[in-house]
Design a protein around this ligand. Structure first.
Ligand code: HEC
Length: 154
C-alpha cells in the first residue's frame, strides 16, 4: 500500500516538472521593442515633470533631484535598448540605428552626458545652470530623434 502511494506521489511530482516552464522566458524581439518604448516613455515622463518644476508650475520643487537622477539612470539603460533584430514591426526606430552605429552611438553618448550634466546642475542648485542643462538635455533628445526616429508616431 505504502509503495503504491509512493508511486502515485512520485508520478505526480514528475508531472509537475514536465508542466513547469523551462527556465525564465527568453527575450524576444517584440519584447525588446516594447521594453524600448517603455524606457523612452519613462524618459519622457521625467522630462515633462522636470519642465513643470523648472517653470514653477508645481509646489513639488523638491522632486527635481529625484527626476534628474532617474533620468541619468535611464540614459544608461537607453544605451542597451536597441539590440540587433529589434528593427521590425511596431517600432518607430529607423534602420539607420544599425546602419550608422557610430553616429547613433555619438547621439546616445551626448544624451548620457547631458543627463549627467543635468543631475550635477540640480545637485549644485544654481537655477541658471539648471535651466541651461535642461535645455541641453532637450536638444539631445531632438538630435537623436531627428535622425533615428520615424517622424510619424506608430
Ligand atoms: C540616442 C537616441 C535617442 C535619444 C537620445 C532619445 N530618444 Fe526617444 N526615441 C528614440 C527612438 C529610436 C525612438 C523610437 C522607439 C521605437 O518605437 O522603437 C524613440 C521614442 C521615443 C518616444 C516614444 C515612445 C513610444 O511609446 O513609442 C518618446 C516619448 C521619446 N522617445 C522621448 C524621448 C525624450 C524625452 C528624450 C530625451 C530626454 C529621448 N527620447 C531621447 C531615440 C532616442
Amino acid at each position: 500500500m505504502t509503495s503504491i502511494r509512493f508511486f502515485f506521489l512520485s508520478g505526480f511530482v514528475a508531472a509537475l516538472f514536465v508542466l513547469a516552464p523551462v527556465g525564465p522566458a527568453s527575450a524576444d524581439e517584440e519584447g525588446e521593442i516594447n521594453y524600448r518604448k517603455s524606457v523612452m516613455k519613462a524618459i519622457s515622463g521625467h522630462m515633462g515633470a522636470m519642465a513643470n518644476i523648472i517653470k514653477g508650475k508645481t509646489v513639488n520643487k523638491g522632486d527635481l533631484k529625484s527626476h534628474a537622477d532617474a533620468m541619468a539612470g535611464l540614459s544608461n539603460m537607453a544605451g542597451n535598448v536597441f539590440p540587433k533584430g529589434s528593427d521590425f514591426g511596431e517600432t518607430g526606430t529607423k534602420a539607420a540605428v544599425w546602419q550608422k552605429p557610430e553616429e547613433f552611438k555619438s547621439a546616445m553618448t551626448s544624451f548620457q552626458s547631458a543627463a549627467d550634466g543635468m543631475a550635477k546642475a540640480v545637485s549644485g542648485g544654481d537655477m541658471k545652470a539648471i535651466g541651461g542643462a535642461f535645455g541641453n538635455l532637450g536638444k539631445s533628445c531632438k538630435n537623436c530623434h531627428d535622425t533615428f526616429r520615424e517622424k510619424k508616431k506608430k
